[in-house]
Design a protein around this ligand. Structure first.
Ligand code: GUN
Length: 283
């Protein structure tokens, strides 16, 4: 029987801590503002953006919503970002991805001031993570580190296998685990001996993007299993990349879907906003 890592509770704890910190900073005249940009009306993006605005309101962060039409040009979007970069009232800028096909995502990410890049996607922040310098870190992998630490799971010296090599999750996850002194293996769609490698993991982080792909045969007895996936199965029920009911009896710790990694992303985004404000106003 595994211990269930309660991401809902841990994210609620972090949001509560942030709410208190924001209230304390407000009393001494510092307020925090996040600009949230959405281009087009992709329904999944609208849900994510709505949840981000709700979290801001709960914590006491002002959110500025930019809901731009699908036809917005790259130049128009870059001009809005430049204006927000210059605006001292705005501490964080988030442009919800994916963007419409006619807009170059890399160019948009690079246009956001690294000091306001609360998503941690700007090449300067990614580079800082690689060489161990201070900077914003992508929210989902940062949230996974919090799940492990707040569950008192030791990372140093452990073999961590990350499945997935995206810029948002897999790559920063591997770098963060390395920073925590784990021995890290990164697997991906072209890895030939996936099962063999996964079954050597003390900590298995699954961001493969395939519903219920990882079964018990991929998991060592007593491993910690972190499931980043979120999908709807054939019965419209939420599921992850891991076959939970099969893997849970073998694992020492496991994240459920929903209620595991998911809620941590927004908690860490809020954390990054507060950090952005603290380094702009108080230094
Ligand atoms: N799309 C999916 N996840 C994310 C995220 O964390 N940030 C942004 N900006 N877009 C996303």
């Amino acid at each position: 029987m595994a211990n269930i890592i309660d991401g809902k509770q841990i994210s609620a704890d972090i949001k509560e801590e942030l709410k208190q910190e924001v209230a304390r900073l407000k009393e001494v005249g510092h307020s925090c503002c996040l600009a949230v940009i959405q281009v087009g009306s992709d329904p999944a993006s609208s849900v994510y953006v709505g949840n981000k605005k709700k979290a801001c309101a709960y914590i006491g962060i002002e959110s500025l919503a930019y809901e731009l039409p699908e036809e917005t040009t790259e130049e128009e979007l870059l001009a809005i970002i430049e204006q927000l970069n210059q605006d001292d009232h705005v501490h964080g800028i988030l442009c919800q991805l994916p963007l419409p096909k006619h807009i170059n995502e890399d160019r948009v990410i690079a246009a956001i001031s690294p000091e306001k890049d609360v998503d941690g996607f700007h090449p300067q922040n990614v580079g800082a993570l690689v060489i161990g310098q201070k900077g914003f870190v992508s929210c989902t992998p940062a949230g996974i580190i919090q799940l492990l630490k707040r569950s008192n799971i030791d990372i140093a010296g452990k073999h961590c296998v990350v499945i997935g090599r995206s810029n948002i999750v897999g790559k920063p996850m591997a770098l963060l685990m390395l920073r925590e002194n784990a021995t890290v293996t990164v697997c991906h769609s072209k890895t030939s001996n996936l099962k063999e490698l996964c079954s050597q993991a003390d900590i298995l982080i699954v961001a493969i993007g395939k519903p219920r792909f990882i079964g018990a045969e991929y998991v060592k007895d007593g491993a910690v299993v972190i499931d980043v996936g979120i999908h709807r199965d054939e019965n419209n029920k939420l599921c992850g990349d891991v076959r939970y009911e099969e893997v849970e009896p073998k694992a020492s710790y496991i994240t459920p879907v929903p209620g595991g990694v998911g809620p941590m992303t927004i908690a860490m985004l809020m954390n990054n906003c507060v950090e952005a404000m603290k380094s702009s106003d108080l230094c």
